[in-house]
Design a protein around this ligand. Structure first.
Ligand code: ADP
Ligand code: MG
Length: 351
């Protein structure tokens, strides 16, 4: 199988921590031709989408441990038509340049793309979470998305909540997530100006959200594969921070999900699959769904360490199955087309 991973930068990956690298090692160990692709290296030649891909080579046996695997890798550049790949895994932090999705659109009928291009498009910012209101509004924090400062100020004024969260619509890694205390409003105008106004004339949307008290215990990162629970761990913020992102200094802990949380996952799974979101990371606080990460969810290495798993194997099994299903569908289609052609010939002969 030929599989490519769209990543930000090979040299900046952290072996032992990166979920993507764990998947890449597994792919190479299984003997798949494995490549990395940078978004800037996508191109169209004579109406066909290509990538200047880097093939991952390892001399001799592939190490079990990711850090020694990473050290031994050499990369060779190769210009590949994207449709010659069996699968492409998009593993880049948001925001993703939407042009990348256009390149992938042109080959998605032939190549399995994870997550589905249309799913990534649909879930490319935090508004996506609101599409789960049908699951039950009690599973979502009270959330407002707007660029209207007066409206947001009115929400705060008219509510009796004393704590809110303000965050950018398309942030990640906890960037720009701040706690607003209703009693200390002196900075509110300035904050809204800062988050909403830009120098380029186009303003930004922000999220104003109820502060979930349960967040003090941290949040739970759940990995979902094929619409089903794959694994989870708890992230506890450092004592001087409200954010439970690992990038913001949170620590990782083993967790057992409650029955209610499993019930929420069973309700979410089918919609994720309907949207082509095969491999995602959910952020849960208590029984509430905070975020659906569809581009580059982490968690594999922490869950592996805490729960003695090798989740990258499950992910590769899953990708291999999708590719096999795709091939089977294509060959069935080819058989039907050739039968149709035979039938036509037959009918033509009869006339
Ligand atoms: N409404 C909230 N209540 C309490 N804590 C929150 C809330 N929103 C965000 N946080 C904290 O900030 C972290 C990052 O927020 P999140 O919405 O997941 O954005 P990001 O994409 O930056 O990870 C969360 O993991 C949580 O610890
Ligand atoms: Mg998050």
């Amino acid at each position: 199988m030929r599989i490519a991973f769209v990543v930000a930068d090979w040299t900046e990956m952290t072996p032992g921590k990166s979920s993507t690298l764990a998947m890449i090692r597994e792919s190479v160990a299984r003997g798949h031709q494995t490549y990395i692709l940078y978004p800037r290296n996508l191109t169209v030649r004579d109406n066909v989408a290509y990538g200047f891909a880097r093939r991952i080579n390892v001399e001799g046996k592939v190490s079990e441990a990711v850090p020694s695997f990473y050290k031994k890798v050499t990369l060779t550049e190769k210009m590949l038509p994207l449709h010659s790949l069996d699968a492409i895994f998009v593993r880049r932090d948001p925001p993703l340049d939407p042009i990348v999705l256009n390149f992938l659109d042109s080959i998605k009928a032939e190549t399995v793309v994870l997550n589905d291009v249309d799913g990534i498009r649909k879930a490319n910012n935090k508004i996506y979470t609101t599409s789960f209101h049908t699951v039950g509004p009690e599973y979502l924090p009270e959330t407002y998305v707007s660029k209207n400062k007066d409206y947001l100020k009115r929400i705060i004024r008219e509510s009796d909540r004393d704590r809110w969260i303000l965050k950018p619509l398309d942030g990640s890694g906890g960037r720009g997530v701040i706690l607003l205390e209703t009693k200390a409003q002196g900075s509110l105008n300035s904050l809204l100006d800062f988050y909403i106004d830009t120098n380029h004339g186009q303003s930004n949307y922000v999220i104003l959200q109820e502060y979930l008290e349960a967040a003090q215990e941290g949040d739970v990162r759940v990995l979902m594969l094929g619409g089903e629970y794959l694994g989870a761990y708890q992230r506890k913020p450092s004592p001087d921070d409200i954010r439970a992102n690992i990038q913001a200094g949170a620590t990782a802990h083993k967790v057992t999900l409650s029955d209610e949380q499993h019930q929420l996952l069973r309700k979410i799974g089918p919609q994720l699959m309907a949207d082509g979101l095969h491999f995602v990371g959910l952020d849960l606080i208590g029984n509430k769904l905070l975020e659906v990460n569809v581009l580059n969810p982490g968690g594999i290495t922490n869950i592996n360490r805490l729960s003695r798993k090798k989740l990258e194997k499950n992910v590769l099994d899953y990708v291999e199955r999708l590719v096999a299903e795709r091939h089977a569908k294509h060959s069935e289609l080819e058989i039907r087309l050739s039968r149709l052609a035979e039938l036509r010939q037959h009918l033509d002969g009869a006339h």
